[in-house]
Unconditional design. Structure first.
Lengths: 342, 357
């Protein structure tokens, strides 16, 4: 009889792991709380560094999942998980499933920018997040401010909710810097005459081609980079946004009016990640992501036998790293299930 | 501006404010600059709201100004504040109200320090015992006087005889608010509405019929910022801060400024006169300034108090255009007469700023 793996969360990691595990010969059930596969990737238009359409990646994981014939439960949330006969019993929506192993791929949430009250997200109409901007790209590349006018000057604020002691998030969210560079270039593609400013602490261009993107954004597109954190945003009488920032390279404070301010929101553990972690009493990292059994040697197992983790439920990741991590987890699950037969 | 977003922030910063039995600590500078405000506060508390509020003639400074200018060491400040707590304890009170924002900040800072570092509280108790023989309990509830007015704003509004509306046009008066740095910038949870979008004054204005307008430099320092003013060489920076605010609020055409802090009230008022003399600039209509009122003065006007009883003749920016706008009856001849009918002295007329005297 085939071993059964229950996957919680149908984002990139969960969907990719599902199709890989079926290929390995396991029965797979995937529970997704939304109505579609892909998670946060559905909110994205194009991906760094190549600006490939996110839809291509979504098509890839959707096709693989359909072809694999893995069982997918949409609109399904997990209410309880209990141990049973060396495996687990999972209460998924109205169903009760048993599984020999569980893979948690519950992902991340974007940082709630309202917590950074000084930037006025949710209060000033022309303060938006990187996710909101991506939605504008997806909706036909129309970028407007609240007056339905094309913005002439746009500011990007890096590290919103990341590397920020004030909000309790000390870690780097990894992808925001390069996303800001990507989005700044996309804005210039759509609005060539607009002035674009990125306000950063330092730029963490760790991936291949990321540094090239940073260079291209300046040389080809004329994006301005100012090293300094924005201290506050306020609304002018015409709805434009007045920002105050310290230009640390010039060594002086700077005040600037922008028509649109984009907050580069970082990663936080998703509500689902926190909930499942609590339900199973899983160990957490100091940042409240799910903690792997070993930070170097086994990043897919957890403190609970037969429970595995993949993707951004354990740390911020790029799409490429999420794929790699999901595949690594499937190998670990295979090793566990086949080892348990012996 | 998305008002629902603001309401979400406000809902996250609501604090417990005691309903009665207060021990009141006055401000050092307010009694000299705007003495009518504290008198009005006592009148509102006792006569309008029927609250038990007590002030002790033996109370002293909290040392705030000396502390923030590095003249008084923290150990001394803690011991002086401990003595204030001892006076409160001896009189059988548990709820303390400060008139001054800086006192509120100093007391909050000390209480938080004692919580985080209990040895500092033990040391302070020891100092106080040795110096005065006194002992104390920390306040059960500590509020700024504006918190109390905020708490009872609806009762004040109901008792009031007028609203913050233009009597001629029926339009809401446009108000800009300034809460002062020491109210909630140090401890956002201790201020109604937090630090970025404070609500304490807005709640009063809204309930009394006015409209609060945001302006870009709303959060900026009033210009007092102790080191800016008390160090004489920095006074240019002080007035530059105030000017930045006036320039920023002017396009919004505010009818008046409401303040929370003694220093803010003083500097936003006096620097308008100085700017008018230095540069010939005024920020209100028709060469008037923008009147700068304390929350007690605003409450007093709502309740129908005589503006001269409220001490509004102490303002360097004339309040008469605002009083006319609100339909407040007043006797111009009594502006500079004391309660005993004697002249208080009439100030010299400014060169640029309109001023009725």
């Amino acid at each position: 009889m085939k071993k059964h793996v229950f996957i919680i969360g149908g984002g990139v990691a969960g969907a990719e792991a599902a199709s890989q595990l079926v290929k390995m010969g396991f029965d797979v059930t995937l529970a997704e709380k939304e109505t579609q596969i892909g998670g946060k990737l559905n909110q994205w238009d194009r991906l760094f560094p190549s600006k490939r359409k996110a839809a291509e990646v979504l098509d890839f994981i959707n096709k693989n999942l359909v072809d694999s014939k893995a069982r997918v439960l949409f609109n399904t949330e997990i209410s309880k998980i209990s141990k049973q006969n060396g495996g687990y019993k999972i209460y998924a929506g109205i169903e009760e499933c048993t599984a020999d192993a569980i893979l948690i791929s519950t992902g991340y949430d974007v940082f709630n920018a309202r917590i950074k009250e000084e930037y006025g997200y949710g209060i000033y109409e022309n303060v938006i997040t990187s996710v909101d901007l991506e939605e504008m790209f997806r909706n036909g590349n129309k970028i407007f401010n609240s007056n339905k006018e094309e913005p002439k000057r746009i500011g990007f604020v890096h590290c919103v909710g990341s590397r920020d002691e004030k909000v309790g998030n000390h870690y780097c969210s990894q992808v925001c810097c390069v996303t800001a560079v990507k989005q700044a270039m996309e804005v210039k593609e759509i609005l060539p005459r607009a002035e674009v400013y990125c306000f950063y602490m330092d730029l963490r261009m760790f991936g291949l081609q990321f540094e090239d993107l940073y260079r291209e954004s300046q040389e080809k597109w004329g994006v301005n980079f100012i090293r300094g954190r924005v201290s506050e945003a306020a609304e002018n009488i015409d709805g434009t946004i007045l920002i105050k920032v310290e230009d640390t390279l010039a060594g002086r404070p700077l005040k600037m009016k922008v028509d649109l301010l984009v907050l580069m929101v970082g990663f936080v553990p998703s509500a689902g990640t926190t909930e499942i972690g609590k339900m199973l009493n899983l160990d957490l990292t100091p940042e409240n992501f799910l903690k792997p059994a070993d930070e170097h040697l086994d990043t897919s197992s957890t403190n609970l036998k037969g429970v595995f983790i993949a993707g951004t439920c354990k740390s911020p990741k790029t799409i490429a790293d999420t794929f790699a991590d999901a595949r690594a987890a499937t190998l670990k699950i295979k090793e566990f299930l086949e080892g348990s037969e012996k | 501006m998305i008002i629902e977003g603001k309401k979400t922030v406000w809902s996250q910063y609501q604090k417990n404010i005691a309903g009665d039995h207060y021990f009141y600590i006055r401000s050092c500078i307010r009694q000299n600059l705007f003495p009518g405000s504290e008198t009005a506060f006592m009148r509102i508390m006792q006569q309008e709201l029927g609250k038990d509020i007590f002030e002790d003639a033996n109370h002293t400074t909290c040392t705030g100004i000396g502390y923030h200018t590095d003249i008084v060491p923290i150990e001394t400040t803690m011991t002086v504040v401990a003595r204030l707590f001892a006076l409160m304890t001896e009189r059988g009170y548990e709820n303390m109200i400060t008139s001054c924002i800086t006192s509120f900040g100093v007391l909050s800072e000390i209480l938080e320090t004692w919580k985080e570092f209990p040895e500092t509280e033990a040391r302070t108790r020891d100092f106080l015992k040795k110096a005065t023989g006194r002992e104390f309990k920390v306040p059960k509830d500590m509020a700024h006087a504006s918190d109390i007015i905020y708490k009872f704003r609806k009762e004040i509004g109901e008792k009031g005889i007028r609203k913050l509306i233009n009597a001629k046009t029926g339009e809401k008066l446009r108000v800009v608010e300034h809460i002062g740095c020491h109210y909630s910038k140090m401890f956002p949870q201790k201020g109604v509405g937090g630090a970025e979008f404070p609500y304490v004054l807005i709640g009063m204005i809204e309930d009394w019929g006015g409209e609060v307008v945001d302006y870009p430099e709303r959060r900026h320092c009033c210009g007092f910022g102790f080191r800016q003013y008390f160090i004489k060489a920095n006074r240019g920076f002080s007035i530059a801060c105030s000017k930045k605010k006036f320039e920023s609020m002017k396009p919004f055409k505010p009818d008046f400024i409401i303040t929370n802090c003694p220093g803010c009230n003083y500097f936003l008022d006096r620097w308008q006169y100085v700017i008018s003399e230095m540069e010939g600039k005024t920020y209100g209509e028709d060469q008037n300034g923008i009147p700068v009122l304390t929350y007690e003065e605003v409450a007093g006007l709502v309740l129908g108090y005589d503006p001269w009883d409220l001490g509004m003749q102490m303002h360097q920016v004339g309040v008469e255009p605002l009083l006319d706008k609100m339909g407040v009856e007043f006797d111009p001849a009594k502006k500079f007469l004391g309660k005993n009918g004697n002249s208080l002295g009439v100030p010299e007329k400014p060169n640029v700023l309109n001023f009725c005297c």
